[in-house]
Design a protein around this ligand. Structure first.
Ligand code: GLY
Length: 429
């Protein structure tokens, strides 16, 4: 069943693309807009069931045909894959607006080497990076540098899992072998200098010229407590991140965000959408770009989404991005409020994991400062079942991180399924 929302004013027909907690949050935000008369999500998840249309996010042809048939006027794209596949270009060609960059602009995420070249030309701080096409030279370079001084990266899109930070020579060898075995023929394997420091995520709405930042946030990428184990898509997040002081915020805008948008303009690209910079702050306080993403972070965006002030209208911002009229006034946040998000994941994630485990506790009563976003969930015969690595995200809001974490912990503790894993140290550092 697709819900029809009729308001006194709304005539907009909107679609969200994706199926994670980020898209669940985008749906919630869009539903609040008084401009909306119809909204759906493709394919959605167990938490968005009433709005789901079962079309894969990457089936661009069907996406375009179906959006046309349902007279959708605006599409909001959550994940990177449809953007890299050119969904904006294809929808625009049939007169449908898309919030998100073109395939060419999205290369800032879909090709890490492209992003490095942009940063080199724009003079943006980033780790020294070499691209390798053959195993022997890559191995020799890693031996020379030392396994503990490098990070290995595949060039393309791998959902945060194409990155290896080896803790031993053996791990470096295995990572190199796997990277070369799995890579596409002309795909380079990147070896980057390892940078020590504090990580922070910086996202902004961009209209090709104006840049309006969201609250700063921090993602907890490793699967285990104390930042141990392999990288994931993100096991939790906090916002705002105190690492990004007002002074640092200014530097990030001046030294990173404006130069990269300008560099793209020099190359004929007017980047429109959310631009995400994954940063490391080194011991001298310099912001160094580890990666750019062509979309909102997951779980960072849902965590930030509960801190928008009530009058925030996502469609107003999306229209401003399209028209090149983005301004700070369109983005307001609750003052002196904090958010903590904790992911519950399936046993084995980010490696192999089972799906199809019955979940309880999803229908718990939530107070005004507690939120539960679905990710890898699916409605089945007897209720809601696990259907992915990251299953749900609980987010708490409070006047301190401690209060916010208490709310999130309370919500996530009531969500039960076989093999459930969560980090208990989100927000502690
Ligand atoms: N949480 C990291 C990302 O969205 O890329």
């Amino acid at each position: 069943m697709i819900l029809l929302l009729m308001t006194e004013y709304g005539d907009r027909r909107v679609r969200i693309i994706g199926s994670g907690s980020r898209e669940h949050a985008l749906l919630n935000l869009a539903k609040q807009s008084p401009q909306i008369s119809y909204i759906d999500i493709t394919p959605g998840n167990g938490g968005t069931e009433a709005y789901n249309v079962p079309i894969s996010a990457t089936d661009i042809k069907t996406q375009v045909e179906d959006a046309k048939a349902r007279r959708i006027d605006t599409v909001i794209v959550g994940p990177e894959d449809p953007l890299a596949l050119g969904i904006r270009d294809r929808m625009n060609a049939v007169g449908i607006d898309v919030f998100g960059p073109t395939a060419q602009e999205a290369m800032i995420e879909s090709s890490k080497w492209f992003a490095i070249e942009l940063m080199r030309d724009a003079g943006i701080r980033h780790p020294e990076t070499q691209a390798f096409y053959d195993f022997g030279s890559a191995r020799a370079y890693v031996m020379d540098r030392g396994f503990n001084n490098i990070v290995l990266k595949r060039d393309g899109l791998l959902g945060g899992k194409g990155v290896s930070v080896p803790d031993s020579l053996e791990e470096a060898e295995v990572a190199l072998i796997n990277a070369f075995r799995n890579k596409a023929p002309r795909e380079p394997i990147l070896v980057q200098n390892r940078i020590e420091g504090v990580e922070t995520s910086f996202m902004a709405f961009v209209d090709g010229e104006h840049i309006v930042p969201l609250l700063s946030s921090r993602d907890y990428k490793r699967v285990g407590e104390g930042d141990s184990g392999p990288n994931t898509g993100g096991m939790g997040a906090i916002a705002p991140d105190k690492t990004a002081t007002a002074a640092l915020h200014k530097r990030i805008m001046k030294e990173i965000m404006y130069p990269i948008v300008l560099e793209m303009r020099k190359r004929g690209m007017r980047y429109k959408g959310i631009l995400y910079a994954g940063l490391m702050i080194d011991e001298d306080g310099n912001p160094i770009v580890i990666e750019f993403n062509s979309r909102g972070g997951d779980p960072e965006l849902p965590v930030i989404s509960i801190l928008f002030s009530p009058e925030f209208d996502i469609l107003e911002v999306i229209d401003a991005v399209k028209n090149g009229t983005l301004s700070e006034n369109q983005l307001r946040f609750l003052e002196n409020m904090f958010a903590v998000g904790i992911v519950a994941s399936s046993k084995g994630y980010p490696g192999k994991y089972d799906v199809g485990k019955l979940i309880s506790g999803l229908d718990q009563k939530l107070d005004d400062d507690s939120f539960l976003f679905h990710a890898g969930t699916k409605i089945g015969r007897n209720g809601v079942y696990t259907n992915g690595g990251r299953v749900v995200l609980a987010v708490g809001r409070g006047e301190s991180f401690k209060d916010a974490k208490k709310k999130a912990t309370n919500v996530i503790s009531k969500v039960i399924f076989e093999g459930k894993h969560q980090r208990n140290d989100i927000g502690d550092f």
